[in-house]
Write a protein that binds this ligand. Sequence first.
Ligand code: SF4
Length: 783
Amino acid sequence: MGATKHTGPVKLPGKPDPKLWVSKMPFGLGKIKPHHIRETAKVVWHNRDNLPYAYRILTQGVCDGCALGVSGLYDQTLEGPHVCTTRLNVLRLNTMPAIREELLYKDIDELRRMDSTELRKLGRIPYPLIRRKGEKRFSRITWDEALDHVAGKIRQIDPKQLAFYLTARGITNESYYVAGKVARFLGTNHIDNASRICHSPSKTALKRSIGVGASTCNYKDWIGTDVLVFWGSVAANNQPVSTKYMYAAKRKGTKIIMVNPYYEPSMAQYWIPSIAESALFGTKLVDEVFQVNIGGDIAFMNGVMKIWFEMEEYLPGSAIDHAFVQAHTNGIEQLRAHVTQQDWTTLTQSSGLSRERIREFAELLARANSGVLVWSMGLTQHRFGTDNITQVANLALLRGFLGREHCGLMPIRGHSGVQGSGEMGADPFSLPGGEFHGADVERMQQLWGFELPHWKGDIVGVTLENAILPEDHERKLKVYYTSGGNFMETMPDPDFVKQCLESVHIRVHQDIILNTSTLLDAQEAVIVLPAMTRYEQPDGGTSTSTERMVYFSPEIEGPRVGEARAEWQIYLDLARRVKPESAHLLGCNDAPAIRAEIAQTAPNYQGIEQLGKRGDVFQWGGAWLCEGGICPTKDGRGQLWPIELPELRKPEGHFYVTTRRGKQFNSMIYSERDPFNGADRYDVLIHPQDAAALSLQEGEAVVVYNSYGTFQGRVKQVEVKTGNIEVHWPEGNPLIPKSVYEPEAGIPEYNTAVIVEKAETYHAHKDTKYVEKRIQELEIEME
Ligand code: SF4
């Protein structure tokens, strides 16, 4: 935590810098690139029935897209407008009308023929709905009927058979807070959130390395730092306005480095619409790219540290910031012993990078006096995700890149609300202002005035698996209450997920739209509750950005949809019905009262109670966490951890596969084609050498498979690391094994080994499947 406060936005330079241009051809004519003007025009067209409201959301609200964070059209980093096509695309979720009744009450099998994109376009959920077992259609019920039904069931079951999940779709801190409180009030600790499948390892690792699980610095620190490293993060695609910050950084001489298996085109060059010279001629973003094997990051970083220790032997002080390490860290000797004994053959094979390339990276960082290390799901979504991030923290601590200007560790988030979810306690391991352990549990019992459950709650993946436990098991999941989210698309092994979701007695979907999970059966009933967006919520709401800015988003005047309610109100209403005798303990009667309670229970959030009008914002923890190198650990020091190489099982003839994002916002797809590389959603990104070795032609049909599943796609030859392939997420999820979780943070593994084969050959060798398929087809033809 630091005393220094963020100093607000800075100006971009006025004069252009042709050295950064991609080409002199205006608007990137002839290049594969997004067409921002065309896309903006499409958005205007899609919102044409509600344009004044759309405008008010954009100019007054806090963006409900990614977690870069912006209030209205202005942010805390740069002067000038801040808007991107992700925000514009998501806008329609807020402005669209209710689903028409003839569609809402359609036969469920007809609705099931639609994918999530088609379902999303139907419109907003207007009223509470129910579909009991065996019924073919949803039917409308009142709020009282819906909540009494769920409350009645909750009263009948063991609290360990009840679980909550909250996604990050525009959800406010107020809703996370109340959900976390209500879950404990109802006696369950099974409450989890979307960070479990994105940045949970970041929090776990940073906590154990530096004592605090959040970004230690600001985006402003990118601007003028010596090196800015994006590790497993395609910020240009997932947090588009970050490109403007990268541009500003380059203008100050910052070197931008990308570590990723794929030379992502959006990170190489970008046409930033709000900067005239960039909109016209493009901007070259990254200066250096290190293409690492999928899962090879730990080896890469051990190699970097091994070189640093070698450099130190020749010239002390040439690589490690000794003053920082001595004053602010523990564990240097154990780390040195661990990395120096590692052999280069293993490190280079595992990382996929030569010793020379690793040296180049090591020297680049060693020469830098300041550095910001940014990462995302390329590092976190592994069964060793916490170790990956711990390695990044090791690098920062050895170089003293912590707690001062232009330095820091930044897990960049993809969802506007997600940073606050754990901080508000909507997490099995967290409570507001602390962790779920003795002292914090005691503290919260005092503050809330009721006893908290004392058993450990399950992460979302395990909760889903609990649904298929025997009926009499104390953790058999019987009521699953989800706010948003679509596990059919976000979790590995969709068939297994379907089985789990359909085994639950009552599933509650509190949401603004239907998706493919909402349409699945349940053992007793599926109940759908219409939620308000953040802009409709009475007295507004707050959300926390990646850089810990807590932004206030006001209630915005405009049309309201059907009977939708604020999410926190729904949780409270449910809890009061389950335990009317203790309902007075819940409090939280309106949004200001919730913010006042957050300030009281989560000390970092003191100041939230004063937010109440458009543009209000504060940053928790000050400009730099661990300011001056003082970490919020018992002895005030950071910890260096020796990290073992993971065992990467890639049998002969196999590829590593990972998933990537195209034109989408999390699992919501906005285009079948990625505007940055022209890839279709079912393209298999493969290096030309690998394609040639398998005699595969561009566009040829291939099957990617392993013992978990198959993926049918087409060859797209790109600059991906040899021996590795990439497919889109969530389409590639059937290839990913179920039930493999990172042991500490609980994130599922999203990478595996696969075989790539010509579709023709695959089918010829799978003649049983082929014949079965033909018989099915014949049957269909005969009907
Ligand atoms: S970059 Fe993120 S926060 Fe900024 S407008 Fe786009 S989606 Fe919203």
